[in-house]
Design a protein around this ligand. Structure first.
Ligand code: PLP
Length: 429
């Protein structure tokens, strides 16, 4: 058998960096053997309680029998046919339109980035305008329309910060960057660009900035301003969709966007995402004979992914998943905060529902500036110490700790015990 190092060498010989997505190349470099429920095993057989959940999709835990059996049953009968539609695709779109308040119609694609790309293109076609508003520090996918000003150092906040080489200049310049939870800033930007802004895209909880909550007042204000300026309001619910409730965060806050993107938990880790929204805008897609906004994709609505999504939604409809993960999330946050306070770490534990983030700074955290006040070095050192002790906390700042329905109170308690060990024995490393 190959050693872990030999496997990593093999990976790096044939894959740039040895991984298939840049965030996967973080130290310690992990080589996984398998995952089940709340746990992962590395190449050497060491077991971890996992708090990454592949950055969000695994709401039912890894290797969920509910999802796996539905996929097996589906691929036993179906493949992708490339013309027309199947019963499963209809059933899934019906469920989404039933649950998500903004969804008159819904279309499947294969990733969250594709969904946000389609949403912005449709908004541009619908309004006949080019500019897009996004928020500093927020990630809405990897494409040129939204990538700028996501991973921004303090001295580049709100400045021109493309975040990738090779970006199309015109796309970067057509994306305007606003401050979260600052309605005046958004209004000023809309007024300065009157009649030019097609869409405003916002994640209703900013999960790529730790877990910054957007106030109800701010979300309602965005709806009002978009209406006043004829701008398409897009909620990026790629993380919150089917993780905070069946109707996404819009089902909780009551602010209804024009378009919504969902992915991750919706398909329990299978590559499926959706764009959904108002009839008028959804009907501009070329799937409709009158539509002129190109919507294509060989793997869109693949039966394995559609079956995974139906099985996930079916389970979420019947079982008390949200109650359970919200309760466990509250328990985790409360006890983490207590421990950090006992050892006077100056840490604030923020989060919502199943997602928690410790930040090495005092709150409040309303925007990217606030999150950058956190001591990233201390956070990463603590995360690495937790990994050493068999609790996988992604060693990147300010990444989320995510729990699934497979996590039990005993898992959380064992993690709290490990935290106490690190705080006591290693003095926060
Ligand atoms: C809020 C948000 N939107 C969009 C995306 C892009 O989704 P995908 O990685 O499926 O392309 C992500 C991915 O992390 C995300 O967190």
């Amino acid at each position: 058998m190959f050693t872990k190092q030999e496997m990593i060498d093999r990976a790096k010989a044939v894959m740039p960096g040895g991984v298939n997505s840049s965030i996967r190349n973080i130290e310690p470099f992990m080589m996984w053997k398998e995952g089940d429920g709340a746990y992962l095993w590395d190449w050497d057989g060491k077991k971890y309680v996992d708090y990454n959940g592949c950055w969000g999709p695994y709401i039912l835990g890894y290797n969920s029998p509910v999802v796996k059996n539905a996929v097996i049953e589906s691929i036993d009968r179906h493949d992708q046919y490339g013309v027309g539609v199947t019963e499963l695709e209809i059933e899934l779109a019906e469920r989404i339109c039933k649950h998500v308040p903004c969804a008159d119609k819904a279309l499947a694609c294969s990733s969250g980035s594709e969904a946000t790309y389609h949403a912005i293109r449709a908004a541009r076609a619908f309004t006949g305008r080019e500019k897009v508003i996004k928020f500093q520090g927020c990630f809405y996918g990897w494409h040129d329309y939204v990538l700028r000003n996501c991973y921004t150092p303090a001295d580049m906040l709100y400045k021109r910060n493309p975040n990738s080489a090779g970006m199309f200049d015109a796309a970067v310049d057509a994306t305007l960057v606003c401050r979260l939870n600052d309605l005046e800033n958004v209004e000023r930007t809309m007024n300065r660009n009157k009649g030019e802004v097609a869409a405003l895209i916002v994640e209703p909880i900013a999960h790529n900035l730790g877990c910054v909550k957007l106030s109800d007042e701010f979300l309602k204000g965005l709806r009002r301003l978009c209406d006043e300026h004829g701008i398409v309001l897009i909620f990026d619910e790629v993380i919150t969709g089917f993780r905070v409730g069946l109707g996404g965060y819009q089902g909780i806050c009551g602010v209804i966007p024009d378009l919504t993107t969902m992915g991750k938990a919706l398909g329990s880790g299978y590559p499926i995402a959706f764009i959904m929204g108002r009839d008028e805008i959804m009907n501009t897609f070329s799937t409709n004979s009158e539509g002129n906004v190109s919507f294509q994709g060989t793997t869109n609505g693949h039966p394995a992914c559609v079956a995974a999504a139906i099985a996930t939604i079916d389970f979420l409809e019947k079982e008390p998943v949200f109650d359970s993960i919200f309760e466990l999330g509250d328990y985790f946050r409360k006890n983490m905060q207590w421990l950090f306070d006992q050892y006077e770490q100056g840490v604030s534990v923020i989060g919502y529902g199943s997602i928690s983030v410790p930040i090495w700074a005092e709150g409040p955290f309303n925007n990217h500036e606030d999150i950058l006040r956190g001591d990233a070095e201390k956070s990463i050192a603590f995360r690495k110490a937790m990994i050493e002790r068999g609790h996988y906390w992604a060693p990147a700042e300010p990444k989320r700790l995510t729990i699934s329905y497979a996590h039990k109170k005993e898992d959380i308690d064992s993690t709290l015990e490990a935290m106490e060990y690190v705080l006591k024995e290693e003095g926060n490393t």
